[in-house]
Design a protein around this ligand. Structure first.
Ligand code: PLP
Length: 408
């Protein structure tokens, strides 16, 4: 990878903050957009901006073709069997909520739904709410001391009668733990349940293949993969897709609207009510093409090397606690400085130009399991450099030194 050439496509990365070069290490929250993604959206807005699906004029037909091409690209990117399995959403959160709502009629009182303690609230609360509405029972699969999913406990819970669904993250946004989705899919399907995967953090860690992973649903957001905010995909395997019922009603999703009762279009249209985020979807397509051009395996290798460098440096510093020691970590790493609140540490690092995330990372059950109210999280992307990781480590050391003096 020619890092200088790559960075030249991200003007935002070459700015200064507080008179220092910006070191952006908050990529698990949102990634930056390269120029090819911007340009694709700019071309749409300056040349073909128009509403999709219902227009008989050239601009509308062009915009519709671009949207449907993006669906094809997403199907290829995910290794889906059929592009109708791709639903466009506003992001992972909407995708998971949409799924929970549209399969509600399939869940009965006394059914069991499993989530894991690693989940972001987006893959926890929709299932908790679904249980409250249907009378199903929610169970939380714990983690081991190293932060990995406790597979024994998962297998034990899967022996409950009427387990309908397990919702599991591909990669934890707090610990960076990578779950073995294919193996988990085998166990969940063995129990006759569906596997829903939160793929929000799972996109830059190698090529995806839904057929091999064999999950029933997979949700993600464009803004964590060099695309724009407000756009995402919910992949649903055809066998589950055909059982879903629309849960948002309006334009674009109806086959025949009658005074008393209406018939809805089959998916994907039936589950995509209203005008979609057309520019965002075009940007998402450009982001997928961009990542594919760079090489997903190469991206994964580079990000793993940067994260290992950060982890090794942090572990070598007295006064730092790193959370979890999984056999496979990707994307993000959580840590704390002894005796320093993560917000204070993040604010001090910010003054050094270093952007990190701090807090509970929308994973409060996991914070309770770790026995903390919050952590600092470092999450490099392939466009970060080794020098930036070293500057981050030096910054952490500086905060340790300063706070030690302060604590006196
Ligand atoms: N799931 C995980 C693991 C995440 O990290 C995030 C965002 O941080 C989400 C879901 C929610 O994504 P969005 O806010 O884009 O819907």
């Amino acid at each position: 990878m020619d890092i200088n050439a790559i960075r030249s496509e991200y003007p935002i990365l070459s700015q200064e903050v507080y008179g220092r070069p910006l070191i952006y290490l908050d990529n698990a929250a949102t990634t930056q957009l390269p120029l090819p993604v911007w340009r694709a959206m700019e071309r749409y807005y300056t040349q073909t901006h128009s509403n999709v699906h219902r227009g008989a004029h050239l601009l509308s037909e062009t915009a519709t073709a671009q949207l449907e091409e993006a669906r094809q690209t997403a199907a290829c990117f995910l290794g889906a069997e059929d592009s109708r399995e791709i639903l466009f959403t506003s992001g992972a959160t909407e995708g998971l909520n949409l799924l929970a709502r549209s399969l509600e009629h399939l869940i009965l009182p006394g059914d069991h739904i499993l989530v894991t303690v690693l989940e972001h609230h987006s893959n926890f609360l929709p299932w908790q709410e679904l249980c409250a509405r249907t009378g199903a029972q929610l169970h939380i699969v714990p983690i081991t001391g190293s932060g990995e999913l406790d597979r024994e406990q998962l297998r034990r819970l899967l022996t409950l009668p009427q387990v309908r669904l397990a919702a599991v993250t591909a990669v934890s946004n707090v610990l960076g733990v990578c779950n073995p989705i294919r193996e988990i899919a085998g166990e969940v399907h063995g129990a006759g349940a569906w596997l829903v995967v939160d793929g929000a953090q799972g996109l830059r860690h190698g090529r995806l293949d839904m057929i091999t992973l064999d999950c029933d649903a997979f949700a993600f957001s464009a803004h964590k993969m060099m695309g724009p905010t407000g756009t995402g995909v919910l992949y649903v395997k055809a066998s589950l897709l055909d059982q879903l019922r629309p849960c948002v009603f309006g334009g674009g999703m109806v086959d025949q609207a009658e005074e008393l009762r209406s018939a809805y279009a089959p998916p994907p249209a039936g589950l995509e009510a209203g005008t979609p985020n057309i520019a965002g979807i075009i940007g998402l397509r450009a982001a997928m093409d961009y990542l594919t051009r760079l090489g997903l395996e190469e991206i994964a290798r580079r990000e793993a090397a940067l994260l290992s460098r950060a982890e090794a440096g942090l572990r070598a510093m007295p006064g730092i606690q790193v959370y979890g020691a999984p056999s496979h970590r990707a994307g993000a790493l959580s840590f704390n400085l002894t005796g320093v609140h993560p917000f204070d540490a993040a604010a001090l690092l910010d003054r050094l130009g270093i952007a990190l995330r701090s807090g509970h990372h929308c994973a409060q059950p996991l914070m309770r399991r770790l026995g903390v109210t919050g952590t600092l999280r470092v999450s490099p992307a392939f466009y970060n450099t080794e020098d930036e990781v070293d500057a981050f480590l030096a910054g952490v050391q500086k905060v340790l030194d300063v706070t030690e003096v302060y604590h006196g």
